[in-house]
Ligand binder design. Structure first.
Ligand code: SF4
Ligand code: SF4
Length: 328
């Protein structure tokens, strides 16, 4: 259960009583409007995740959801000890991987090291934000250089948080009801199919998510995310096949891109995966339309980097020089 952290207000002068906030809130913070009062009532503010779905759906901008300024994370009591940082040799290795990715692919953004901190493990010594963030927002911020530790009470997206094993799945999401409201699927059967088919970690098996730029790991990563254009993604796919010749069986759907496709599928399968992003991460971040996302299991990264170095000697520069372009 999230700690009480948000003040929610509805401007009754603006509110038309349409009920969209009640319908769309994934954790039922609002009551249905009564006959005498068309405006939604706030029945359990303490359940609010700060996901801003109600704010985004309200057609007349009548809702304000504000983090309480005095909120201070209770996630790590002062007497608790932090996890030890990774060994210097490992940190040096990831600095080199990060530089190789940037140099050969010409990446604009830092690759991101993702660690899923297990329920019984100590937390690394990384800043915890005062307000909540969506997991996808933390990834996008890490590509710009931020290191972010998000325990469950700092996650803003109920969907991603439960998929990644930090919490229980709210009923409206498990049933598929919310996907219908968003007009993202045709029927409740299709919504349930999508929800059942995606992987999910057991509830409360994960204590926190950690994202850092790859050149500044604060824990051993589980998965490395790369933010890249289609040409750069192509070279990553080829790099990972360089020694085996294997083709890729990719899992993409447009739903739950960062939590499922970039993180959980590589984490569970041990295979590289490519995502085109999803409605949620594209609506909740500044990510540009031309970016795609690659999740690489950390254990595979050395082989991918080795293959990339080989391709970088000749194949990549030749292709970028358009050597097969007909001369007019
Ligand atoms: S979505 Fe906005 S206008 Fe509709 S009931 Fe909620 S606060 Fe009122
Ligand atoms: S911010 Fe999200 S969880 Fe909070 S009331 Fe709005 S829709 Fe519900």
């Amino acid at each position: 259960m999230p700690e009480l952290q948000y003040d929610i207000s509805v401007d009754s002068m603006l509110c038309t009583g349409c009920g969209l906030c009640t319908d769309f809130c994934p954790v039922e913070v609002f009551t249905d409007q009564g006959q005498d009062d068309r405006h939604p009532q706030i029945r359990q503010a303490e359940a609010c995740w700060g996901c801003m779905t109600c704010v985004g759906q309200c057609p007349v901008h009548a809702i304000e959801v504000a983090a309480r300024p005095q909120s201070v994370s209770q996630s790590l009591a002062p007497e608790q000890t932090h996890a030890l940082p990774p060994a210097p040799e490992s940190r040096r290795q990831y600095v080199e991987y990060a530089q190789t990715l940037k140099d050969i692919l010409g990446l604009r953004w830092s690759a991101v090291a993702i660690s899923l901190i297990k329920a019984d493990d100590p937390l690394p010594d990384v800043p915890i934000p005062h307000g909540r963030m969506r997991y996808c927002q933390s990834l996008m911020a890490a590509r710009r250089g931020q290191s972010i530790l998000l325990p469950v009470d700092k996650h803003a997206c109920p969907d991603g948080t439960s998929i990644l094993g930090l919490s229980e799945m709210p009923k409206k999401l498990a049933s598929g009801e919310l996907y219908l409201l968003f007009h993202k699927l045709d029927s409740i059967e299709a919504a349930q199919h999508m929800a059942l088919e995606r992987p999910m970690l057991p509830a409360r098996s994960i204590r926190a998510t950690l994202v850092t730029p790859l050149e500044r790991i604060a824990a051993e990563p589980d998965v490395v995310a790369v933010f890249a254009n289609p040409e750069q993604v192509m070279w990553l796919l080829m790099s990972s096949s360089y020694y085996s010749g294997a083709r890729h069986d990719l899992h993409a759907s447009g739903y739950n891109a960062q939590c499922v496709e970039t993180t959980l599928i590589p984490y569970q399968s041990g295979k590289l995966n490519v995502s085109f992003g999803c409605y949620g991460c594209r609506a909740a971040s500044d990510v540009s339309d031309d970016l795609m996302f690659v999740g690489i299991p950390a254990a595979l990264l050395p082989e991918v980097i080795k293959g990339l170095k080989e391709l970088g000697k000749k194949a990549i520069p030749q292709s970028r020089n358009k050597i097969y372009l007909p001369v007019s």
